[in-house]
Write a protein that binds this ligand. Structure first.
Ligand code: MN
Length: 374
């Protein structure tokens, strides 16, 4: 029997430059902290090794701090073994990175830099397929087909990249054969690249990133606990929660007449969780001008509770009639501007972007008049 943790895409050192304030630093720190969390889970579940299927580092040139502190944390958890595979973000092309890692790696960190078998345990053999470059353009896992093992050995593959339609960077290039496990007689193929967990088949899994780094996947960060009873047995794969931050897209569908503020409050997470939540409210449906400004105000009010909160109202249509515009003014320059914007917002032949601008301007004008009136 062999039991290990499969993880990937830690992206240590990721900068998160699109966020402001201290959030980038908090997100970076969480990525480092996941190393200790993976180790704790391994100990709790009796696993002896943690396989990292690529993109442990976000770039080919992580700072010495990122590199050294990661290794120090891994060393601290000996005798747990870490296997670190070069991915596409930290491929072997980053010669300086890998030579520094080779010079500094403690005994319990195995750098899987060669496509050669690594003995994980007396009866468990690992076949790593390190990324030679960012875009190798060929199936680096092919060599596993012809790699023999003594009778009774558990065969585990470790690779990073796209299979068929799955690619994190949207450049699906059909690299890793989706049936590699079957072709190579692997008991388990541990894959990295896709940041959300995906079971390709019973023996082939993407673990996903243990600490999410984008809204795309909309699922909690996890690692996989893999239990293989013996050669040819199907692996037992259990997802374990690992993330400290949640990235969530929250759909908010509104109908004319809904209380927008109440509808928003109903979908927001428990207040204590908000500090570690990045949320995107995906509003859709329709609401009136007053509802729209109320929604924007409620989002603004909730914002300080969250690590990050934003309102995406591109799919939210504004219901508006002359009664709504009367709230702006019954006549005069403001009313004329409002009438013109309303016409533009619904004008056929105008681009969706132009209509959005008109709608946003109208909502602004409305909220401006509302504030000055009150
Ligand atoms: Mn990645």
């Amino acid at each position: 029997m062999y039991r290990f943790i499969h993880s990937s895409d830690l992206h240590l050192g990721k900068r998160f430059g699109n966020f402001g304030g201290d959030l980038p630093g908090r997100l970076r720190e969480a990525r480092h902290a996941v190393i200790a969390r993976l180790a704790a889970l391994a100990r709790d579940h009796g696993a002896t090794a943690i396989l990292l299927a690529g993109d442990t580092f976000d770039t080919e040139t992580p700072s010495p701090e990122i590199r050294r502190q990661a290794l120090a944390e891994m060393r601290h958890h000996a005798p747990l073994r870490w296997v670190v595979l070069p991915g596409n973000h930290d491929s072997l092309q980053a010669a300086q990175l890998w030579s520094a890692l080779c010079a500094e790696a403690p005994e319990n960190v195995v750098l899987a830099v060669e496509p050669q078998p690594v003995l994980l345990a007396p009866q468990a053999m690992l076949f790593p397929a390190p990324c030679t470059t960012r875009r190798p353009g060929r199936d680096l896992s092919e060599w596993m087909d012809g790699a023999p093992t003594p009778e009774g050995t558990i065969r585990i593959g470790l690779a990073h990249g796209a299979i068929q339609r799955f690619s994190e960077d949207d450049v699906a290039s059909d690299v890793i054969a989706p049936d590699r496990a079957r072709r190579s007689g692997l008991d388990y193929l541990a894959l990295g690249d896709w940041h959300g967990a995906v079971a390709v088949d019973r023996r082939t899994h993407y673990s996903g990133s243990p600490e999410p780094d984008r809204f795309k996947h909309d699922r909690p960060g996890q690692a996989l606990l893999v239990d293989i009873a013996g050669p040819a047995a199907f692996p037992d794969v259990t997802p374990l929660d690992t993330a400290s931050f949640a990235w969530r897209t929250l759909p908010l569908h509104l109908l004319d007449g809904d209380d927008c503020a109440a509808a928003l409050e109903a979908i927001l997470p428990d207040s204590r969780l908000r500090r570690h939540t990045l949320a995107r409210i995906a509003a859709s449906g329709r609401c009136r001008l007053a509802g729209r400004t109320a929604l924007a105000a409620s989002v603004g009010h909730a914002m300080p509770d969250f690590a990050f909160l934003e309102l995406d109202e591109r799919a939210l249509a504004t219901e508006c009639d002359s009664e709504d515009l009367d709230l702006i003014d019954r006549a005069g320059a403001l009313r004329e501007a409002a009438d013109a914007l309303l016409a533009e917002a619904g004008e056929e032949g105008r681009s969706a972007a132009d209509q959005d601008v008109a709608r946003a301007a109208l909502a602004r004008l409305f909220s401006f008049c509302e504030t000055t009136a009150s």
